[in-house]
Design a protein around this ligand. Structure first.
Ligand SMILES: [Zn+2]
Length: 486
C-alpha cells in the first residue's frame, strides 16, 4: 500500500512504526459554529481511510480532537452573552448531528483540548527548560512563545524556509515575541477571557499545543498518520512538529496526509466571501449518502468543486445502484426454495475483477474516485446479467454479488441501506406530497382495478402517481414504487 506523504512530498510504501498497529491523529473542528462542506470532506476522507486500513487488517487507534477553547469561541460567546463552554458544548452537539447523518464513524478517542490543560502545561514547561520556548511579561502574568529559530527543522513539512517566512510574517500589535514566526504556547489571560492556573499565572493554551498534547497522551510520542485539511499544513502542523519534536526528541508523525479544499465557483469557501455551505442546509436538499458519494468521487488530495449538478450525479448513481439491489433481491425472492446448482462464469469473473481493482485503487493512496468507478461498473454488469434472465442455477452468484457489494460499500460507507430506505429518503428530499402509506394504498387500488379489468381506472392511478413524482414498476407478482429523480 502506498500513501502520499506531505512530509517527503512523494508516494511512499506504507509501513507502520509498530508492525500491525496504526496510531492515527486527525485535527478536528473548533466548535464555535455549524460545520460546512469543507469539514464534511475532511471527516469523510479520514473516515474512509480508517475503514480501509481496518479492512486491510491493521489495528487502528484513531484519535480526533475537538478544539473547545479558542478566540472564535470566546468571541461568539461574548456576542451571544453566554459562556464559552455553552458555545463549545452546543456546537459539539451540532457537529455530531451532522456527522452522524453523513455516516462518519466515531473516532476511538475524541479528546477535548480543555481536558488536557495539565498535559499542555507540562510540555510547555519542558520546552522552556530545554531552551525552545521563552516567557514574556504581560499585564497580568506571562505568555510563553516557541522560539522557531531554535528548531532547525522548522519548515520541513510546508517546505518553507525560515528566512522567507520571516520576511512575510506580520506581528500583531499586542504580541511581544522575539521573532515574528514564534508562536504562542500559552497566552496570559486578558479581561473577560477564560483562564486556567499555570506556572506563568492565569492563562490559556495556544491552539497548536493542544494537538501535540492530545496525540502524545492518546497515541504516543510518534504517531503513524497525522491527518487534516491542507489549510492546516502551515502554520498549524508545522508548529505541531516543532513543539512535539523539540519536546520528545523523536519523529512526531511518520506520514502526513492532507485533504484538498472544497471550492465554489473555483474559489475557496470562506466566511469573508460569504460562500460557506453548511452541512445542515445541504442535508435539507440532498440525501446524506449522495453528499458522501460526491465527496469521495474525487481523489482526497485534489480540490473539489461543489456544484448541485455533481451531487445530482451522485444521487443518480445511487439511485441506479439501489434499483439494481432491488432487482437482485427480487431475483433471489423469486428463486426461493429452488436449489442453485451452478455459477455464472461471467459474473464470477466480474466479482473477482471488482475485488482486485477496488483494492488496487485503494492501495494507491486511497483512490476512492477509481474505487467508486469500479463499484458502479460492476453494478452495470449485474444489471446486464439480470436483463438476460439468469437461470435458476445462477441465483447463487446474485446473492454473492449482493453480499460483496455490501462489503466493499461498507469501506466507503455507501450502499448500506435497503432500497426501500433509499426511496423513503427521496420521498422526503424531493418533497413528494404523498406518504409511503398513501402510495401503497394507491398501488393496492390499482391492483384491484387491474384484477377487475378496469384498465382506465388503473391507468389513472398510475398517471396520478407519476404526476406526483412516483414511478411504478410491475414485477411478476407485485408492483414496486420508486421516486423520479430528474
Ligand atoms: Zn491539530
Amino acid at each position: 500500500m502506498r500513501v502520499f506523504n506531505t512530509l517527503t512530498g512523494r508516494l511512499e510504501e506504507f509501513v507502520p512504526i509498530n508492525d500491525n498497529f496504526v496510531g492515527m491523529y486527525v485535527c478536528g473542528v473548533t466548535v464555535y459554529d455549524l460545520c460546512h462542506i469543507g469539514h464534511a470532506r475532511s471527516a469523510v476522507v479520514f473516515d474512509v481511510i480508517v475503514r480501509y486500513l481496518r479492512y486491510k487488517g491493521y489495528k487502528v487507534k484513531f484519535v480526533k480532537n475537538f478544539t473547545d477553547i479558542d478566540d472564535k469561541i470566546i468571541n461568539r460567546a461574548n456576542k451571544e452573552g453566554v459562556s464559552w463552554r455553552q458555545i463549545a458544548e452546543k456546537y459539539t452537539e451540532e457537529y455530531y448531528k451532522d456527522m452522524d447523518r453523513l455516516g462518519i464513524m466515531r473516532a476511538d478517542v475524541e479528546p477535548k483540548a480543555t481536558e488536557h490543560i495539565e498535559e499542555m502545561i507540562k510540555i510547555v514547561q519542558t520546552l522552556i527548560d530545554k531552551g525552545f520556548a521563552y516567557t514574556v511579561e504581560e499585564e497580568e502574568g506571562k505568555s510563553v512563545y516557541f522560539a522557531v529559530e531554535k528548531f532547525p527543522d522548522y519548515g520541513k513539512l510546508s517546505k518553507k524556509r525560515i528566512e522567507e517566512l520571516e520576511a512575510g510574517a506580520r506581528v500583531e500589535v499586542d504580541e511581544k515575541k522575539r521573532n515574528p514566526l514564534d508562536f504562542a504556547l500559552w497566552k496570559a489571560s486578558k479581561q473577560g477571557e477564560p483562564w486556567w492556573e499555570s506556572p506563568w499565572g492565569k492563562g490559556r493554551p495556544g491552539w497548536h499545543i493542544e494537538c501535540s498534547a492530545m496525540s502524545l497522551k492518546h497515541i504516543g510520542e510518534s504517531i503513524d498518520i497525522h491527518g487534516g485539511g491542507a489549510d492546516l499544513i502551515f502554520p498549524h502542523h508545522e508548529n505541531e512538529i516543532a513543539q512535539s519534536e523539540a519536546y520528545t526528541g523523536k519523529l512526531f508523525a511518520k506520514y502526513w496526509l492532507h485533504n484538498g479544499f472544497v471550492t465554489i465557483n473555483r474559489e475557496k469557501m470562506s466566511k469573508s466571501l460569504g460562500n460557506v455551505l453548511n452541512i445542515r442546509d445541504l442535508l435539507e436538499l440532498y440525501d446524506a449518502e449522495a453528499i458522501r458519494l460526491f465527496l469521495i468521487s474525487s481523489h482526497y488530495r485534489s480540490p473539489i468543486e461543489f456544484s448541485p449538478e455533481y451531487i445530482k450525479e451522485a444521487e443518480l448513481s445511487l439511485d441506479r445502484a439501489y434499483s439494481t439491489i432491488m432487482r437482485m433481491e427480487e431475483v433471489e425472492r423469486s428463486a426461493k426454495g429452488k436449489k442453485p446448482t451452478g455459477m455464472s462464469q461471467e459474473i464470477q469473473r466480474a466479482l473477482e475483477t471488482l475485488k482486485t481493482n477496488f483494492e488496487e485503487a485503494m492501495d494507491e493512496d486511497f483512490n476512492t474516485a477509481k474505487a467508486v468507478g469500479f463499484i458502479f461498473d460492476f453494478i452495470k454488469e449485474i444489471n446486464r446479467f439480470i436483463d438476460k434472465k439468469p437461470s435458476e442455477e445462477e441465483i447463487e452468484i446474485i446473492k454473492k454479488s449482493k453480499e460483496f457489494l455490501r462489503e466493499v460499500g461498507s469501506i466507503l460507507n455507501i450502499l448500506q441501506r435497503k432500497p426501500i430506505q433509499w426511496y423513503r429518503s427521496l420521498l422526503k428530499i424531493k418533497k413528494i406530497s404523498l406518504s409511503e402509506e398513501e402510495i401503497e394504498k394507491l398501488i393496492e387500488e390499482r391492483a384491484i382495478a387491474r384484477k377487475n379489468k378496469e384498465w382506465q381506472r388503473a391507468d389513472k392511478i398510475r398517471q396520478e402517481l407519476s404526476a406526483k413524482g412516483i414511478i411504478l414498476e410491475d414485477w411478476v407478482d407485485r408492483t414496486v414504487w420508486k421516486v423520479k429523480i430528474e
